[in-house]
Write a protein that binds this ligand. Sequence first.
Ligand code: 26V
Length: 818
Amino acid sequence: MAEITAPQSPVTAEQFADEIREQLKYTQGVTVEQAKPADVYVATATAVRRHLMDSWMKTQTDMVNGNTKAVGYLSAEFLMGKQLENALLNAGLTDQFDKAVKALGFDAQEVIDAEYEPGLGNGGLGRLAACFIDSLASLGVPAFGYGIQYKYGIFKQEFDENGKQVETPDYWLANEEPWGHIDYNRDQKVSFGGEVVEENGKKVWKPAWSVRAVPVDYMVPGYASGRVNTLRLWTAKSYDEFDLLTFNKSEYLDAVKPQVEAENISKILYPEDSTPQGKALRLEQQYFFVSASIHDAIRVFYPGQDKPDLTTFPNKINFQLNDTHPVIGIPELMRVLMDEYDYDWDTAWDITRHTFNYTCHTLLPEALEVWPSKLIGELLPRHLEIIEKIQDQFAAELKAKGIADGTAKDMAIYTGDAVRMAYLATYGGSHVNGVAELHSQLLKDVTLKNFSDAYPDKFTNVTNGVTPRRFIKLANPRLSDLITEGLGTDKWLSDLELLKGLIPLADDDEFVKKFAAVKQANKVDFSNFAKRKYGFDIDPNTMINTMVKRLHEYKRQALKILSVIADYADIKSGKVSADDVMPRTIVFGAKAAPGYYLAKQTIQLINNVARVVNNDPDVKGKLNVYFPWNYNIELAQNLIPATDLDEQISQAGKEASGTGNMKFALNGALTVGTLDGANVEIRERVGAENFFLFGMTEPEVSALYAKGYDTKGLSREYYEKDPQLKAAIDMVADGTFSDGDKDTYKDLVNDWLTKDYFMTLADFRAYMDIQAQIEETYRDPMKWSRMAVLNVANSGYFSSDRSIEDYLERIWHTGPLA
Ligand code: 26V
């Protein structure tokens, strides 16, 4: 019998059923007989929150009264996923819940399904923030997540009859949301606009308008730590119910306008995740949540003090800047210290630079935010002045370091016209980190090279990770049980390196067969899920080959779909007999930014390839393509455990890290991938022989750019020279996937043949070759499963607990509460 250490509440199933009944009656006013699954969900959530309440309060008291420095994770996005199962797990109430709802006459899954998934993030960056706050709580580190409670999350994706993406609003708050507690008594005032005047030799900002930032608190329960942290998401409310003067003139609509406009600030999550639009509203959002959070931290850590000694602020809390989105916090803290608390510039600067650290999540230059000075000046005039002064100080510092004028100019935070937020973050904080080894190296060598030369000690790496609670235990209960059986303990859930204990079991045929049976059962489950949710008929006896991530050219969904088309063309032309094809089901999941034209064309192409291939009797059962719409955390939790082969095929040097890659490896999928982001480290750990590597390396990519790949149209040579590639592209161009219309994909085809910036065509041959090798391996099930076992066993490093431990040691220099 395995040792079980998972949290276990002493409450019995009967007692828990009573608690749910009580909530139904006294909070919701419904009887058990009247209740719907959605009522039981709300009642259960409320009951679980009560179980967590004492730990939550104690964690806060211990944090404020003790002297363990806290972490404030400032992030415009937290992609949390559904909360109920995770809260039950961490409260030790999973079994009681199953029995209690059954006793009440409900189906546990229906109750779980009643929760609406909050989509308050775009993709990897937001999901990472969610994993990190889970790990912080599980390690017992005092922490706040600070962000925005958007009224509308990431859009819901639908496909129209032509296979085009259609976005619809995600109004996730349409029904009762039992997790967030809105705390009107802990509000903050956030101001905008106006002008700066001098009064008695002091700069005074006279803002033109203000909004009320009201916190909505979410409990973040740790796993087996007894700690519960806080995710504090701000919502914008108006101060002016309506303007009486205007109202008296009976211009009702004008009277409510300020209120409507104030509340716009937290209305919608921007769905772009690489090209900043330079929109005023987005800057307002950033300043809104960062200003409220800074003031909130002062309130929390210096309770009741009018004149707190804020020189101790960096010992109370360190703010982590999740990408450039919260970087306006640097001038804001300067302003607060100087204008609200009367510190001089040097003291304020010292406090500020010891308070902030910056994580960069990209390598795409266009994704680094640069704000027009004009916009900042209009919205935050005092901050622009402070930024100018920071620039002066910075320039003087660079001069003193002997840095050449030209270089210093390249490094300018403030150029006169614009403010470069990544540079401000790098200068204004103590540490800068990338999110995987390769990424951190490229930041030092390329993106932030001058900064790394001038401030080498600031730069470090923290490789990303994912929470094993959600992405193994909850997503893959069968594998979790097998791991616990194999290791003789469930301790791996809080110490994922223990998975290494599975390495010898890769040579144990019995274990490997059990492992294969788990995967097969998960595939059957997924097939049923896909039937129920999407109406798909997925054959669980085929290889499940998955590519899920945001749709971006650099991620190269185009490479995958071209390879599918090439395989299809081979069968159609008789070059390959369908009988010889290893049956495969390809599953895509991807949202495109609404204004990203080529990404949207790629979605349309994938959908139409799916339509044509799935309806062609010549390839029936051999090659199937499915594109479940609206990829989200729930779909990830169902699809990842069922996947045999995971695609991580970005152009080398473009994907900062990737975190899907980690989730798949931990769930026993094999990876086909390039040497990019964290793939490099996954391959190092699982072993080169257990990873399907292909494609150019980053230096090879750079060399090919130097030859003029994208500027001289070199991609065309690859097309001309490779008949299989040519056949695939021709098939897209000739209307096979557009009912004969040759125009539908002309821009996509034209881009491939004239520019192909991300070198899809240049990597095509290597990709086809590795796929042939993959097929051969898959035909030997025991071999494949052994490789998969070794992927699981060697991926413990990719726990977000380990990432957080690295942040604690390299950046935050703090630890668990005593
Ligand atoms: C950027 C922007 C630009 C302005 C408009 C709004 C917006 C929203 C989000 C972003 C974030 C882009 C950066 C990002 O998501 N990076 C991803 O971070 C993951 C976690 O570190 C990492 O695994 C992925 O490789 C990286 O692409």
